[in-house]
Design a protein around this ligand. Structure first.
Ligand code: HEC
Length: 136
């Protein structure tokens, strides 16, 4: 006698299989994201979770497009996504966490004629923003 599964069983198994695959995929995406964030924290010593509020307060997003920041679509300066992969900050300083932080605090120290203003952000706050930007 041949054993056949009722149609609904096959459907249920397929659905369960797809759900497991989706969960595993989401898990990988989550852990990769978590790892990128951990590296950014280690590189800068900053806390990226404090950055969105600082980015709003100092007007960064009014001039720059920054992922994950509501209304972060400024076009005065370049987009700040993928900053980690860049070789230079603003074309004048090599892209290290310290240079990124110092650039945010006093851009004129690197580039006297730059259009980016010193916003009043402190070094500690810039560290948190650097952690956020390096995690994007
Ligand atoms: C009034 C507009 C303005 C504001 C506000 C502003 N920036 Fe900028 N920013 C610029 C411009 C213009 C440049 C390009 C500067 C240059 O190349 O000399 C720039 C460059 C940069 C760069 C270098 C980007 C690259 O492609 O190398 C970073 C990083 C940066 N800004 C971060 C910030 C952060 C963080 C804040 C908030 C604390 C901020 N900016 C606020 C206009 C602004």
């Amino acid at each position: 006698m041949r054993f056949t599964l009722p149609k609904w069983t096959a459907l249920a198994l397929t659905t369960a299989g797809l759900l497991v695959a989706a969960a595993v995929g989401a898990g990988f995406a989550w852990s990769e994201r978590q790892q990128t964030e951990n590296i950014a924290r280690a590189m800068t010593g900053g806390d990226p979770t404090r950055a969105p509020e600082l980015i709003r307060r100092y007007g960064c997003a009014g001039c720059h497009t920054i992922s994950g920041i509501p209304g972060g679509d400024g076009k005065v300066g370049g987009p700040l996504d993928g900053l980690r992969a860049r070789v230079y900050i603003a074309g004048v300083a090599s892209n290290t966490p310290d240079n990124l932080i110092q650039w945010m605090v006093t851009p004129q120290a690197f580039s006297p004629r730059t259009a980016m203003p010193a916003t009043g952000i402190t070094e500690g706050e810039a560290r948190d923003v650097a952690a956020y930007l390096f995690a994007q």
